[in-house]
Design a binder for this molecule. Sequence first.
Ligand SMILES: Cc1cc2nc3c(=O)[nH]c(=O)nc-3n(C[C@H](O)[C@H](O)[C@H](O)COP(=O)(O)OP(=O)(O)OC[C@H]3O[C@@H](n4cnc5c(N)ncnc54)[C@H](O)[C@@H]3O)c2cc1C
Ligand SMILES: *[C@@H]1O[C@H](CO)[C@@H](O)[C@H](O)[C@H]1NC(C)=O
Ligand SMILES: *[C@@H]1O[C@H](CO)[C@@H](O)[C@H](O)[C@H]1NC(C)=O
Ligand SMILES: *[C@@H]1O[C@H](CO)[C@@H](O)[C@H](O)[C@H]1NC(C)=O
Ligand SMILES: *[C@@H]1O[C@H](CO)[C@@H](O)[C@H](O)[C@H]1NC(C)=O
Ligand SMILES: *[C@@H]1O[C@H](CO)[C@@H](O)[C@H](O)[C@H]1NC(C)=O
Ligand SMILES: *[C@@H]1O[C@H](CO)[C@@H](O)[C@H](O)[C@H]1NC(C)=O
Ligand SMILES: *[C@@H]1O[C@H](CO)[C@@H](O)[C@H](O)[C@H]1NC(C)=O
Length: 481
Amino acid sequence: MFSYIYIIYCFISIVHAFLHIPNYKCPGEETLRKCLGHRIKGPIYYRKDFAYKSDLLLENNARVVYFPVAFVHPVDVFDVQSAIKCGAKLKFTVIARSGGHSFESYSIGDRDCTLIVDLRYMNKIIIDVTTQTAKIETGNTLDTLYRSLNEHVFAFPGGGCSSIGVGGIILGGGNGYIMRKFGMSCDNILDAQIVLANGTIVNHAKKYPDLFWALRGAGNAGYGIVTTLTIKIYPIQKIVTSMAFTYDFDQAQLVYSVINKLGNSFHQNFTLMIDHRNKTMFQIRGYYLGSLNEAKPHIQELIKLTKPKDESYVEGEWYNAVLENTTGTRNYYKVKSFYINSPGLSYEGVEYLMKFIKNFKCTFWVGIILIGGGRVNEIGRNEMAFVHRGFMYVQTIEAVLDENNYEICLKDLDNFSLVFQKNYTSSESYQNSIDRKLDNWQCRYYGENFGKLVKIKQKYDPNNLFNWNQSIPTNTETSCY
Ligand SMILES: Cc1cc2nc3c(=O)[nH]c(=O)nc-3n(C[C@H](O)[C@H](O)[C@H](O)COP(=O)(O)OP(=O)(O)OC[C@H]3O[C@@H](n4cnc5c(N)ncnc54)[C@H](O)[C@@H]3O)c2cc1C
Ligand SMILES: *[C@@H]1O[C@H](CO)[C@@H](O)[C@H](O)[C@H]1NC(C)=O
Ligand SMILES: *[C@@H]1O[C@H](CO)[C@@H](O)[C@H](O)[C@H]1NC(C)=O
Ligand SMILES: *[C@@H]1O[C@H](CO)[C@@H](O)[C@H](O)[C@H]1NC(C)=O
Ligand SMILES: *[C@@H]1O[C@H](CO)[C@@H](O)[C@H](O)[C@H]1NC(C)=O
Ligand SMILES: *[C@@H]1O[C@H](CO)[C@@H](O)[C@H](O)[C@H]1NC(C)=O
Ligand SMILES: *[C@@H]1O[C@H](CO)[C@@H](O)[C@H](O)[C@H]1NC(C)=O
Ligand SMILES: *[C@@H]1O[C@H](CO)[C@@H](O)[C@H](O)[C@H]1NC(C)=O
């Protein structure tokens, strides 16, 4: 009955990509070297340096590769400031990298010769249990954050893959296993330190209401480099319960219809996800903030109505419940995301999704997290840049494209997603599941908040120093009303 549960959001596999680093110098590189060399205390790696390659390989997604002019590794906020000033003066696009888990490798920009500010050495964490807040530098990963919090029996709502950087995930949203109780990661940002395009260090972004509004949901989309986040943290039970219910593939209609019906009324301590990763079976994975005995009355109806083939429960510390031991390994990822309206995914929608799963030729993971009835929906669409509120589910499809089927899988996934989104889901998508080819991404990621985001971008980064294909632009003709 009690078996160990793997929580997979990261895939485990190996990539054999051979990377040939170009040996030519980027235009302006010599001047840049002089500018940076004087000022930066942390290490800097250029193309000819041995460590440049390992910096490049830290990028989680092997599908997109560019060759930056250099990786700067600041050790403090003044290093970040110096890098930005040199970049701005010498007209290098400047890009922040926290954990390198962008699905489009945007933390190495969108072309060669950008200047990367890798925050990995800025990884302080200061926890204050009396005010229930933490100050964390953005070079931390979820692993280091969760571990430190767990020592104090505190938790923070974030994702499930330990190697994700806190910078990217928290600023762009943050879905995870305790979100029905505590909301998105970005809902729990209390303040931020950020270095702006003109080199100004803003110690308290909160004092700039427009900027602070933008940072919560679009803070990883080109407003500056966030160096520290002040976040709200939550005392947590010593024992929480993770559970997995396993179903035959053809029970899908039943399971979806039950969750569509019960979803909104589940206790907020219960967050669940429907999890598909093969063509024969699937699971509901649930996380209850409390012991198994406390959980039981809240899941009884669900079990009775869905009739799982197998049930397993693990009681343990929050840290072990939400994090697997694996880290996301560099691979050929592609991701799609959808927000599904109430009353949930329709019969035809489930049918279409199951057909896709049956036919898909690459490794995949489909995760549908219940948000209905949870904390995420208690916040208004325009209270902060993160717009996606009031939905029933957030769905992610991750594909690992293997070399033999690369093109076919990509095409199938694109084709499926277009129709699925149009026919069965809302028009919105999740900006942290970033997809370069997504049409109308401005409105899908930011909804009616997009226009205001562009105005704020104009104000804080008028020369578009921080830019890539899907950063917030300084002007636009797109209207999302
Ligand atoms: C294997 C895997 C599992 C995932 N699991 C989850 C999950 O469980 N839940 C979830 O919500 N999402 C998940 N994601 C998506 C993830 O939230 C995003 O990819 C996120 O942006 C990654 O953050 P990062 O710091 O690692 O990425 P990076 O690639 O370093 O950064 C992503 C973007 O943010 C910008 N950025 C990074 N740091 C800063 C900063 N300090 N200041 C300003 N801009 C910055 C970068 O320039 C880049 O454009 C997953 C992704 C992967 C690859
Ligand atoms: C729900 O979780 C909270 C916070 O972790 C805890 O204080 C509370 O007792 C739990 N409630 C129930 C009904 O399990
Ligand atoms: C399919 O997935 C289920 C549940 O996630 C798992 O128990 C089972 O072992 C998997 N089957 C195969 C063939 O991988
Ligand atoms: C993760 O690995 C550590 C050792 O590295 C081990 O002590 C711990 O039990 C593991 N956690 C899980 C959930 O397997
Ligand atoms: C994609 O869809 C179009 C029609 O919408 C169809 O003609 C085409 O064959 C599909 N491609 C794949 C690879 O399924
Ligand atoms: C999607 O909806 C259109 C009508 O809007 C319909 O013609 C089409 O058959 C639907 N496709 C699927 C796969 O359900
Ligand atoms: C930098 O930009 C910010 C925001 O627009 C502004 O408040 C500040 O005065 C600027 N600093 C300098 C030195 O120009
Ligand atoms: C992304 O940006 C690069 C360089 O700025 C450009 O060459 C490329 O065409 C852009 N791609 C898309 C899909 O916009």
